[in-house]
Design a protein around this ligand. Structure first.
Ligand code: UT7
Length: 317
């Protein structure tokens, strides 16, 4: 046994920031951002914390699934931008929902939502749980350097969630890690110890954009190909691909390399930017609520990012 996705939900803060708004902060322009990244607007938190956004997405997913919070046996959350190192975002969501089940976070940056699914699948396989809540929540506005035009135009804030129940619809996954911090790094606050001899890093997202781009296209293609081969499927058997929303050109390149119909790729980066671990559940929620998904459809999730880590999963809707 693995699981079935019972419901989805998302939340994005109300404040919309346009490319023109950003051109007042850094040397950029609407045309460059649209063409090179594909973002038109992103949502930015004004007051809300990461876990507050996560709670709103979680409540939407629970309602959509017809599941009560007290039915939950486990809450897993993914984030690189939680308000505190402890309690975890999952613990704060558990508290806000007023429940007492186990709750913890997993850190795998932009790929983390797929790591949550894989972890949850283990609990279902051992029949330890009946209902599980997964949440990806990010307030990246707090860890972006708003004077760095190569990163501040890309990211956005938001949260996505799914509720899982018993079933056999999570078919397979692949996970690959190339550990290292040369390409993407999000330093923690380094501390002010008078005994440290090394300089403490600035706690903002650092990314070598071109290296990340290459890694992203390559990992989408190799992960999906491996997943299809392992399950004796071809691209034609797949109804939708929900990719991490990092750059619309990454998605276009990968679709071309895979010789896949670009229409199968779900894209919402134009409205939300890159929301790291929240991007896949947010895109899935929009796809679900559009009414396009039919029971029995085969869906692939594909993600890549800091770690470096990448993953792909195959699910039957
Ligand atoms: O979710 C985590 C994973 N992250 C990603 O997957 C991101 C992957 N990387 C990317 O999406 C792209 O590499 C970026 C969007 C970050 C950058 O796009 P690019 O096409 O790779 O640009 P580039 O770094 O090669 O820079 C091209 C030019 C440079 O100017 P020169 O040196 O050619 O004069 C940059 O300084 O574009 C310039 N540039 C900008 N110009 C206007 C960089 N950022 C901007 C900007 N506005 N915001």
């Amino acid at each position: 046994m693995s699981f079935t996705i019972l419901g989805t939900g998302m939340y994005a803060p109300e404040k919309i920031v346009t490319n023109d708004d950003l051109s007042k902060l850094v040397d950029t322009n609407d045309e460059w951002i649209r063409k090179r990244v594909g973002v038109v607007t992103r949502r930015v938190s004004v007051n809300e914390t990461t876990s507050e956004m996560g709670v709103k997405a979680a409540k939407a997913a629970l309602e959509n699934a017809g599941v009560l919070p007290e039915e939950l046996d486990l809450i897993l959350a993914a984030t690189v931008s939680g308000e505190d190192r402890s309690p975890s975002v999952a613990c704060m969501i558990q508290n806000a929902l007023g429940v007492s089940c186990a709750a913890y976070d997993i850190n795998a940056a932009c790929s983390a939502f797929l790591f949550l699914m894989e972890t949850a699948a283990g609990y279902f396989a051992r029949k330890k749980v009946k209902k599980v809540l997964l949440v990806g929540a990010e307030r990246l506005s707090g860890i972006v350097d708003w004077t760095d035009r190569s990163t501040c135009v890309i990211f956005g804030d938001g949260a996505g969630a799914v509720v899982l129940g018993e079933g056999d619809n999570y078919l397979d996954s692949v996970i690959h890690v190339q550990g290292g911090d040369e390409v993407i790094k999000i330093p923690s606050f380094g501390g002010t110890s008078p005994f440290y001899e090394r300089e403490t890093p600035v706690p903002y997202i650092f990314m070598n954009g071109q290296e990340t781009f290459r890694y992203a296209v390559n990992s989408i293609c190799t992960d999906i190909t491996e997943l299809l081969e392992n399950n004796h499927l071809s691209m034609d058997d797949i109804d939708y691909i929900v990719p991490h929303q990092a750059n619309v050109r990454i998605i276009d390149f990968a679709a071309k390399k895979l010789k896949a119909d670009p229409e199968k790729f779900v894209v919402n980066i134009d409205r939300y930017g890159n929301t790291s671990s929240a991007s896949i559940p947010m895109a899935l929620d929009e796809l679900h609520r559009s009414g396009k998904l039919k029971r029995g459809d085969k869906v692939i999730f594909t993600a890549f990012g800091g770690g470096l880590a990448s993953a792909a999963s195959l699910v039957i809707w």
